[in-house]
Design a protein around this ligand. Sequence first.
Ligand SMILES: [Fe+2]
Ligand SMILES: [Fe+2]
Length: 163
Amino acid sequence: MSSEFKWSDEYSVGVEEIDVQHKKLFDLLEKLRTAIHEKHGSAACVEILEELVSYTKVHFTLEESLMRLAHYENFEAHQQRHRDLVAEVEQMYQKIQSGGASISFELLHFLRNWLTKHILNEDMAYAKHFAATGFVQGQSVPAPAMAAAEASVPGKRKWWKFW
Ligand SMILES: [Fe+2]
Ligand SMILES: [Fe+2]
């Protein structure tokens, strides 16, 4: 798998703040792809994978806060999906750390599917609810709701500049 990972309009959930974060996830995936492709070594790859896991957790927490604030009816199922996704990727990470798996194009393929399927299926569903209920106006979460959601995200400081 040597083609680039790039966010495109088909992944837009119609909410700018969320799209920015999804773009960041794609950027990290692309960074990992480049590191594998150009053989930067496993330490460099592990570091990027850690960044990806850490940013994913920040992103999921923010999404969950927004869904809660918007009284999204499928909030619990979506939160469970996030937990499953994190568990999956952490399992992968453990396997790599213990030498049971290597950072490979298979891992990239797994991460790409993991990310894109979730955005296209579950994230699109809450986005519809956000638009239909007026929680999102235009393409944006109103500032007070965004501030409330951001306040609930632990470890956001490290990633602050990304949104
Ligand atoms: Fe998302
Ligand atoms: Fe999500």
